[in-house]
Design a protein around this ligand. Structure first.
Ligand SMILES: [Zn+2]
Length: 469
């Protein structure tokens, strides 16, 4: 078998790609290929033509999957064409995405690994830097994400996650029924929610004015009989819209199908929801209520710890520093050591222990198996208990819960439970930390969507086996 034939089989670059020459250099294998097809394809829109504008000076280079320990490069001289839509473009190749310096197989391996493992592993195994990984992920995400994913949304959650530094936020929309993140953008609050609703129901493109010729004769199609159409003035009058009037866009808006929207208690999102989807029920996600209770408890603990330190009780202060997780974790998930610490805090009593019992009481509201009536009673009992607690952070929490009582009860009524959001949230937070090294928020978003979105990523060999490559 000739070397070129062997490489053609090995690399599987797609139909119409001819391996012309294989060259070994000190640190890489270079495979020169040519496109056998006659027609030139616009890489952006698939427009094809036989007319060639010219040949691109110099050859294009793509990195392919390594061959053993060798880096492997594909080189190709490409022609250029004139696309009526995009102008002058270098012709597309079947094995790589437009404007990429990597083959699809390589990019698909990068994306798969990025959703599963850490930065150091990827950059070392694949010998690419992290910024490049960010760019690849962005491309794969744009390519793989289903444009119709915002179609069947009925129950969603809207939440933000901080990215890179504090005060840098990404807002994410989760589809509660499919349990995945379907949309995201930079920023948070009302503007971010507005951007989502605009993406959900984009402004229709203004139709081009009708050509100034004779208006068509209105006619009604008849599904039977020898005569296919009925001339104007005969048959049943059609229900035409008056000239200049149009269907109420709200009837067709996807936002109008949203039934429930879960969010936190900060309020920015609610304003936007009331404007764009007034029919949707605003629910307060139990996850956020418990999170606030945890924050209040942490505030009490820190204040107590600072007090101890200022009194010079260093040992006791150090004991409390380690107690943080014993207090914040669910009691059933404590290690033996943490449980012992918690028992000590209990014996000591005082503000920290009282704050802990209040936090557990908040969590208790959202236990499985409680009816709406149970929860209503529990919330009201909790609110009066909190009001009497004399713990400032909890008194504030009580006021917030009172303000959002209806939203919290709506979440219980609709069966929005804490665990569901928590699981997705933890996954998103983990991925966001991995994305810190990317320099654009778009790359971070792409990683979140690839990992938690409605996408199934495959490895190169799986794609080829499924016939998708
Ligand atoms: Zn084009």
């Amino acid at each position: 078998m000739r070397v070129t034939t062997a490489f053609s089989r090995l690399l599987r670059l797609g139909k119409g790609v001819l391996v012309k020459k294989v060259r070994f250099e000190p640190d890489r294998v270079v495979v020169e290929v040519a496109l056998r097809r006659r027609r030139l394809l616009c890489p952006e829109c698939g427009y094809s033509t036989r007319a060639r504008k010219d040949t691109r000076p110099g050859c294009s280079v793509w990195r392919h999957l390594d061959l053993g320990v060798w880096r492997l490069e594909i080189h190709c001289h490409r022609r250029r064409l004139w696309c009526p839509l995009h102008g002058a473009r270098t012709e597309g190749v079947p094995f790589a995405r437009p404007r990429s310096e990597f083959t699809r197989d390589f990019e698909c391996l990068v994306a798969w690994l990025a959703t599963r493992t850490d930065k150091t592993t990827i950059t070392r195994v694949l010998r690419v830097d992290w910024y490049t990984v960010g760019r690849i992920i962005k491309r794969v995400c744009d390519d793989e994400l289903d444009p119709d994913r915002l179609g069947g949304l009925f129950e969603i959650g809207i939440d933000e996650v901080s990215w890179k530094k504090q005060h840098n936020y990404l807002t994410l929309i989760a589809d509660h029924q499919r349990r995945c993140v379907v949309w995201g953008c930079e920023g948070k609050g009302e503007t971010a929610a507005d951007a989502f609703f605009e993406a959900l129901d984009p402004e229709p493109v203004a139709p081009s004015p009708p050509p100034a010729c004779q208006p068509p004769e209105p006619a009604i199609m008849v599904p039977f009989g020898p005569c296919a159409t009925v001339p104007a003035g005969h048959g049943i009058p059609g229900a035409w819209l008056q000239d200049g009037s149009e269907l109420d866009p709200h009837l067709l808006a996807r936002a109008s199908r949203l039934h429930a929207i879960a969010m936190d208690m900060t309020g920015g999102y609610a304003k936007s929801v009331r404007h764009y989807a007034p029919q949707a029920i605003i629910c307060i996600d139990p996850y956020h209520v418990v999170q606030l209770a945890n924050q209040a408890l942490d505030e009490v603990r820190r204040a107590y710890w600072n007090e101890l330190r200022s009194l010079g009780e260093k040992d006791a202060a150090n004991r409390f520093k380690g107690a943080r997780w014993s207090l914040l974790k669910r009691p059933e998930k404590l290690t033996d050591k943490q449980a012992a610490t918690l028992a000590r805090i209990r014996t000591a009593g005082g503000e920290v222990w009282r704050a802990y019992t209040l936090k557990e009481a908040v969590r208790g509201i959202f236990e499985h198996g409680l009816s709406l009536e149970d929860v209503t009673i529990l919330i009201d009992r909790l609110l009066s208990r909190i009001a009497r607690s004399r713990l400032e952070p909890f008194v504030r929490l009580g006021k917030t819960i009172r303000k959002h009582r209806d939203g919290i009860l709506a979440a219980i009524r609709l069966g929005i439970n804490q665990g569901r959001t928590e699981a997705l949230n933890n996954k998103v937070r983990l991925i966001t930390r991995r994305a810190y090294g990317f320099h654009s928020a778009k790359a971070a978003l792409a990683l979140i969507l690839l990992t938690c979105g409605p996408i199934t990523l495959h490895l190169p060999h799986e794609l080829h086996a499924l016939g998708l490559a």
